[in-house]
Design a protein around this ligand. Structure first.
Ligand SMILES: [Zn+2]
Length: 303
């Protein structure tokens, strides 16, 4: 598929628009079907001007390999930096939790020394792209994360690196599940995937009577432009609910395995309706799950 010029194409190619949302600063762009290095698309390079092909703009002072990650930074990065070790262990967490194999496909992390340098890069190479702290780009042959080193870089890199680890083995994940999984794993490991900001948001919606869990609606959202804070919170909620018991975790793992084999596999919502052992009223069960988490966190008494 030939992409249009970047000034108009990039926002349309964005898989997820997390910018400006309370809990997620990430964004995920996919250049579907385009390999910047493949012979058949080399003729497109001038018009596409894929930004990571220009080394002058890229962080290049340091390059280290940490497991599957190849980290390119504007500044010295130690192998033993706590964040690097955290991202390495995330690879195993994601694999074991989701029942996915570990891939050796490199995930490139481009780390800019500060937001100013990063913003200049984005403005130059991704003109018109909404402001955000980090983003993930997938092509046919590369998985890349771009981020600035700032206060929330750990959360941002866990989110984006999760996309990288998952896409290395399941390239055609539904948008909502892709984001729900990344939201789950963006938290520090000790949090156990419990995203208190999302819990508070959804608990507030329940108290207002303005939200009901509805996986069918989430599955219908295939455009980044439509993916709102409600969607991120609900996507996380379904993933957290699915991973909360062994039976449901197995169901999610089997679905991911099937999506990995066949991207056109039936939506998860259909599988949920047919799965034995699940509550008859899944909507009520997911609401109860949110209410229980809110109670534990003290969000059930919101005004
Ligand atoms: Zn994302």
């Amino acid at each position: 598929m030939q992409p249009p010029p970047p000034t108009t194409a990039l926002p349309l190619l964005c898989r997820a628009a997390c910018a400006g949302l309370m809990a997620c600063a990430a964004g995920c762009m996919h250049f579907v079907g385009v390999d910047p290095l493949a012979p058949q698309v080399r003729s497109l390079q001038q018009s596409v001007a894929l930004p990571w092909l220009d080394p002058d703009d890229m962080p290049g002072r340091t390059e280290i390999t940490a497991g599957q990650l190849v980290i390119h930074a504007d500044f010295p990065v130690a192998h033993q930096h706590r964040l690097i070790r955290d991202l390495e262990s995330l690879r195993v967490d994601v694999s074991q939790t989701l029942g996915l194999p570990i891939s050796d496909e490199p995930v490139h992390l481009y780390l800019f020394e500060n937001p100013t340098r990063y913003d200049e890069f984005v403005a130059k190479r991704f003109p018109g792209f909404p402001a955000r702290r980090a983003f993930f780009v997938e092509t046919d042959t590369s998985l890349s994360v771009f981020a600035a080193w700032q206060d929330r870089v750990a959360e941002d890199l866990r989110h984006e690196t999760t996309h990288g680890y998952v896409h290395a083995v399941v390239p055609a994940l539904p948008l909502w599940l892709d984001e729900g999984i990344a939201e789950y794993f963006e938290l520090p490991r000790v949090e156990g995937g419990e995203h208190t900001a999302h819990v508070a948001h959804l608990a507030g919606r329940l108290i207002e009577g303005t939200w009901q869990p509805d996986m069918l609606k989430l599955e219908a959202v295939t455009s980044a432009a439509e993916f709102s804070q409600d969607h991120y919170a609900e996507a996380w909620c379904w993933v957290h609910w699915l991973l909360a018991t062994p039976d449901r975790r197995t169901l999610l793992q089997e679905y991911l395995a099937d999506v990995r084999r066949d991207a056109t596999t039936a939506p998860l919502s259909i599988r949920l309706r047919q799965a034995p052992g699940l509550p008859a009223d899944i909507t009520a069960a997911v609401k109860a799950h949110v209410e229980a988490l809110a109670g534990e966190s003290g969000f059930d008494s919101l005004p």
